[in-house]
Design a protein around this ligand. Sequence first.
Ligand code: NAP
Length: 182
Amino acid sequence: MTDTQPQVAAGKVLWHFTMSLDGFVAGPDHAMDWMTGFTVRDGLIDEYVTTTGAILGGRSGWDTINGARPYGGLWDGPIFVLTHHPEDATPAEGVTFLSCDVAEALEIAKKAAGEKNVEVFSPTVGRQLLERGLIDEIDLHVAPVLLGDGIRLFDNPGGVPVRLNRVGDDPVRALNVRYRPA
Ligand SMILES: NC(=O)c1ccc[n+]([C@@H]2O[C@H](COP(=O)([O-])OP(=O)(O)OC[C@H]3O[C@@H](n4cnc5c(N)ncnc54)[C@H](OP(=O)(O)O)[C@@H]3O)[C@@H](O)[C@H]2O)c1
């Protein structure tokens, strides 16, 4: 079975998500209960805990998780949350609410991450950074589930296709996967 190589800390900007097979990163009303019932490769969580220097997210995602720390609390670095109204955000340790240009927010997160990676945990912030050419890698774990509704990784009605190169030997090769209903 093909799989990605383990992630490395290299000052990269990763747009990192677990995604349903049909392209959703959250269900309707931010539902996340579909993120169970599947396995990941050994050591996957540790990979990201050790290579991530900072996280950049959006206000909706932050408000949804209700102060929970990423990676089940195993990671304790700085979190930056973009919002147009930081004044009504609930302060939390290690979390900085930013109201600035998205590229400026990324620079702040990169500085905090040092040699490690910045993980972008927001579909909307990721899309803006992608448009500006500021995403180094889109790093996805595709869960064996179809949601049919919810929040898409890349919601861009009317936009043009964005071509990608797959990381690995053959950048333009399509990924073949085959599933059966469970
Ligand atoms: N599957 C996974 O691995 C995974 C991982 C992380 C998160 N998630 C889920 O992803 C979902 C994210 O939700 P979402 O896409 O609705 O929202 P989001 O991207 O987290 O947040 C959107 C909000 O971020 C703020 N924002 C975005 N760009 C901004 C800019 N340039 N300047 C200032 N503020 C900006 C705005 O907040 P204001 O309205 O305050 O201005 C905007 O309404 C959540 O349900 C979360 O649980 C999934």
